[in-house]
Design a protein around this ligand. Structure first.
Ligand code: FEO
Length: 392
């Protein structure tokens, strides 16, 4: 795709990666992604903000064909999907200075060959002038690495946010015009990348709320020409508020756990609690992550394999643990052949989370009447705990 103008002096460059299906070799990204770079032409100087995944360097270089000189290359974030093409860009523009945060400099030097004397660190709040345009650098640590910063173009009220507010969405749209689709992609992205850093995100949201924005220009997905959509979504996702939702990932080897899951889901539904259940042998872990953004309770369903939870449960629980959702409660339901002690405590799976453990329901072999009654009690406990939080 060619460079596209956002305003007379600001263009979107970069590449749309229609075919990428995993990020960080971890979670599916069903709608691809993009690596956005931005060019700002001031009356005296030109700045390039971020680069692209190295596999797409030719696309970026072709978009820069008619740009003979760049004064500043700004690196908001050292992860290679934005920084990986810096060496080629710095080689193409031998007079350019590379501007980054103090922590960013060390990380970039660790990750790629760059000339140290061409890197200039910028402080939080520092500005540079491009003539008639002013760039202000704002440190936004932990969105989602420690060195991350954003840039505010004062005269045009554009916030260049890099990963902050991004979405893994390959689209030919310049702007987030299909808001419901972008919202879903941005939520999935938030769940995968930002959710573990909810505290820093809350602080960074307060910090950037001091700036009026006409556009938010992230480094993944389309540009927000109505920034309030994504700002309000982030305020909600990063808030302490949970919803009347149970997430139920499970593995059932011989059908007993599935019977328990079906019963519990029915009992919860009768009490007005929304449940998202995931069969972990086929589940999309991205969707699981996305539903965790505002759920109040996790119930893990597992068969016992050689006196331990099923390995799929370990994998999913580890993912939940590292994503640090704002869950309040957790329980285990499961079926065992000769011993179930090893699976009854959900906090063993989730040491990072401050959860209240609810009574687990474990049965020997197939579930019987008293097991279904115990599941009814668990459903009543969950509904009551949710009601105490004011959830409807
Ligand atoms: Fe899009 Fe953290 O890289």
């Amino acid at each position: 795709m060619k460079a596209r103008k956002i305003t007379e002096s600001v263009s979107l460059l970069g590449a749309v990666d229609w075919d990428r299906r995993f990020f960080d070799a971890l979670i599916p990204i069903p709608d691809g992604t993009s690596y956005n770079s931005y060019l700002i032409k001031g009356s005296e100087k030109i700045a390039l903000l971020d680069t692209v995944e190295p596999a797409f360097i030719e696309t970026l270089l072709s978009q820069l064909n008619d740009i003979p000189s760049i004064d500043y290359v700004i690196s908001h974030h050292a992860e290679q999907d934005h920084s990986g093409s810096l060496p080629q860009i710095m080689e193409k523009y031998p007079h350019a200075r590379l501007l980054t945060s103090i922590k960013g400099k060390g990380m970039l030097m660790d990750l790629m060959p760059l000339q140290e004397d061409r890197i200039q660190t910028v402080q939080d709040g520092e500005t540079i002038s491009l003539g008639d345009k002013t760039l202000e650098f704002i440190y936004t640590p932990w969105v989602h690495w420690p060195e991350t910063m954003v840039t505010y173009l004062r005269e045009e009220k554009i916030l260049f946010a890099c990963d902050f507010f991004g979405s893994h969405l390959a689209t030919s749209d310049l702007y987030a015009t299909d808001e419901s689709r972008v919202y879903g992609a941005a939520r999935l992205y938030y769940a995968q990348i930002m959710m573990p850093f909810r505290g820093p995100i809350q602080k960074n949201l307060e910090k950037i709320a001091l700036y009026q924005t006409s556009f938010i220009a992230p480094s993944h997905g389309p540009v927000y020409n109505r920034p309030e959509m994504i700002l309000s979504a982030y305020r909600e996702w990063a808030s302490d508020k949970v919803m009347n939702i149970v997430i139920l990932p499970y593995v059932s080897m011989h059908g007993s756990v599935k019977k328990m899951v079906d019963h519990l889901v029915g009992a919860l539904a009768e009490k007005g609690v929304t449940v998202h259940q995931f069969d972990l042998t086929t589940a999309d872990l991205g969707r699981l992550a996305s539903t965790l953004v505002d759920a109040a309770t996790l119930v893990i369903g597992t068969s016992v394999v050689l006196n331990a939870p099923h390995p799929h449960v370990f994998h999913a629980a580890h993912l939940v643990n590292i994503l640090r959702p704002k869950l309040k409660y957790a329980a285990v339901i499961g079926s065992f052949g000769w011993g179930g002690k090893a699976i009854e405590d959900p906090s063993v799976f989730l040491p990072n989370l401050k959860i209240e453990r609810l009574p687990s329901v474990l049965c020997r072999g197939i579930p019987h009447e008293d097991d279904f009654k115990a599941l009814d009690t668990l459903a009543a406990t969950i509904a009551s705990k949710h009601a105490e939080l004011g959830l409807k």
